[in-house]
Ligand binder design. Structure first.
Ligand code: GUN
Length: 298
């Protein structure tokens, strides 16, 4: 599915190039050296290259001043040839994430994090939509999962995933419940769901008891697990392959859903890795092409 979405973005980019001489350009900024963030940004830049989009990556040291970062954002806002601008999160402690996000030109905010885009989304006006939530919706639609009238449970209430995915599914007429760390009797609530979306950042947190038999489970988590015992407990039959990866790389990626347990109960379950993460990048490509088009009134 991610390949299909990327193909659509590449086709649209090719059309913009041949008909209008426009090559969509994505700028990525990474402050500091968080290894997971470095992997995510590298994937984004590499995917631009694969699809024929222009890209620029700007790595900055962890001790970059907030003023310097804001100056760079202002420069990318000014540049006519820049269509998408993405500052990878999380930022180092000494930076104000909200201030940086608000400094980005909403027309170039391909993450869909700027309050203007969030507000437009909430009011159901055209907007650049956040990539992971939009990817989750796209996944369900293309898979043929019925959203209208379905009971959806979202576990997690972050600005990046939980809140926006709840809103987008509500817009498609789901009955949405948002759960979080203070939810009473979580398994009883999540077991009601036809579609369960989990985005909390805790490896293997959602167990068999949380899932209605036959439910569609979307695992948004991407956690690095380094402990052999934990890996053996999480993966059942798949454990040997995972332990090998752990030996080679020092970690293996685990979602927020316990794979061995939930596989047995769910009707469908997205894998980690190779699931929602791929769709996030595909939707970012789509947003970048879309931004290039809209900025020029094409
Ligand atoms: N950190 C985790 N997810 C994201 C994302 O989608 N965009 C950015 N910029 N940072 C992130």
């Amino acid at each position: 599915m991610a390949s299909e979405i990327k193909r659509e973005a590449a086709d649209e980019a090719a059309r913009l190039a041949s008909e209008h001489g426009v090559r969509p350009r994505l700028v990525t900024v990474l402050v500091g050296d968080d290894p997971a963030s470095a992997v995510y940004v590298r994937n984004k830049v590499r995917t631009c290259e694969e699809l024929g989009l222009a890209s620029e990556h700007h790595p900055l040291p962890a001790d970059t001043t907030p003023a310097r970062l804001l100056e760079m954002v202002a420069e990318f806002n000014r540049r006519e040839d820049v269509d998408g601008l993405l500052v990878q999160l999380p930022l180092p402690q000494h930076m104000d994430e909200a201030a940086v996000i608000e400094a980005i030109d909403p027309a170039k905010d391909v993450d869909g994090f700027h309050p203007v885009n969030v507000g437009r989304m909430m009011q159901r006006h055209p907007a650049l939509l956040p990539c992971t939530p939009a990817g989750v919706v796209e996944l369900l639609v293309r898979e043929g999962v019925i959203i209208a009238g379905a009971r959806v449970c979202v576990v997690g209430r972050s600005n990046i995933v939980g809140r926006p995915v709840a809103e987008l599914l509500l817009q498609r007429d789901a009955t949405v419940t948002v759960c979080h760390s203070r939810t009473r009797d979580l398994p009883a609530v999540t077991r009601e769901a036809d579609i369960l979306v989990v985005a909390i950042g805790r490896p293997g947190f959602v167990r068999g008891e949380h899932v209605r038999p036959g439910a569609t489970v979307v695992d948004v988590g991407m956690n690095r697990v380094t402990d052999e015992g934990e890996v053996a407990e999480l993966f059942g039959e798949d454990a040997p392959r995972r332990l090998k990866a752990l030996g080679e790389r020092g970690y293996t990626l685990v979602g927020d859903v316990h794979p061995a347990e939930v596989e047995r109960v769910a009707g469908r379950l997205t894998p980690v890795p190779g699931g929602v993460g791929l769709l996030t990048v595909a939707m970012l490509m789509k947003n970048t092409v879309e931004a290039a088009r809209r900025r020029r009134g094409l």
